[in-house]
Design a protein around this ligand. Sequence first.
Ligand code: GMT
Length: 381
Amino acid sequence: MKVGITCYPTYGGSGAVATELGIGLAARGHEIHFISYAQPFRLSGFRERVYFHEVEMEQYPLFERPHYTLALAAVIHDTARRERLDLIHVHYAIPHATSAWIAQEMLEENGGPPLVTTLHGTDVTLVGLHPSFHPITRFSIMRSQGVTAVSRFLKEVTVRDFSVPGERIRVIPNFVDTEVFQRGRDPCHREVFAPRGEKIVMHVSNFRPVKRVVDVIEVFAGLRAAVPARLVMAGDGPDRPRAAARARELGVDRDVVFLGKHGAVEELLACADLFLMMSDRESFGLAALEALSCGVPVVGYRAGGLPEVVPHGEAGFLVPVGAVKDATEAAIGLLSDPARWRKFSEAARTVAVERYGVQCVLPRYEAYYAEVLGRPAGGAG
Ligand code: GMT
């Protein structure tokens, strides 16, 4: 099958999932054409059957605002025509599903390939809800021949807030390459992060307000008062200065490392002891899944789709949003009891491998593509 994939190429869950999906499908014999304004951050090195088409923006004095949606539509149209794509799969509805719909309209006389849109999170729960975006987001979802959501939670929200019939949305969860994300890989940076044998607590995100990174610092400060620990904050974004300021206020700044954006989080997670995800809205929580795959228990807020990913009391603990004290107690309980921690770590790895391993989830996309195309499932042809 020849599939065009459009995603945001920058650091972020939807781009990561889209890229891993393309790489995985290419390994299974499909031909993948990534279409975006930059090479997706997880797409490095040469890979057979993987191509990248850059969306370039024309500079013209009249265009004070760049027309990315149109430029993307033009490249999707061109790629679909030249490469004879069987299917277009866009990740994150805005504006990708709209651009793909325009491309399809342009291809209509030749019968354009069907469009699958994967809803990831804030395209539905935040940005798409804005009154100025709501009608076009709904329109683009409804014009897609296939729609997937990364969690049951996200499907329910889309049905409720966009009046999309439930039967139009298939839940296909995010996945993780459990060979890449695993404990004890080399290099492991434990001695650098925790030279005195401290526990390593980790957080990975884009530091947007929804991630509540100040709460991450507060949970860590409470934990560190009871257990020697260091906090590694990977990623960057608008709330980083607030988090750094809170760490200073609470007197824990010497034990908090802000790494900035990191291209290989698997190297970091492989030596973590605890992952904190204190988001107040999270449709799935890919970073939490990647932590579980590395045998790292998760403590976080019971928000959105996170309870579908982290089994409470088994691979981690989820507490109500804002319950910093409860989260701190849960973190202390895990890190001060080695036998309990080992049990949770093993359960975390099992959940990742058995429910969310790439080998379990990829065939579900293949089967869904076949269904949308009206073909029998199976095979790359
Ligand atoms: O950053 C992105 O790529 C998108 C981002 C978002 O804010 O929509 O992440 C969403 O998609 C990820 C991949 O499916 C999910 O793991 C995240 O939970 C989800 N983020 C939110 O719902 C806040």
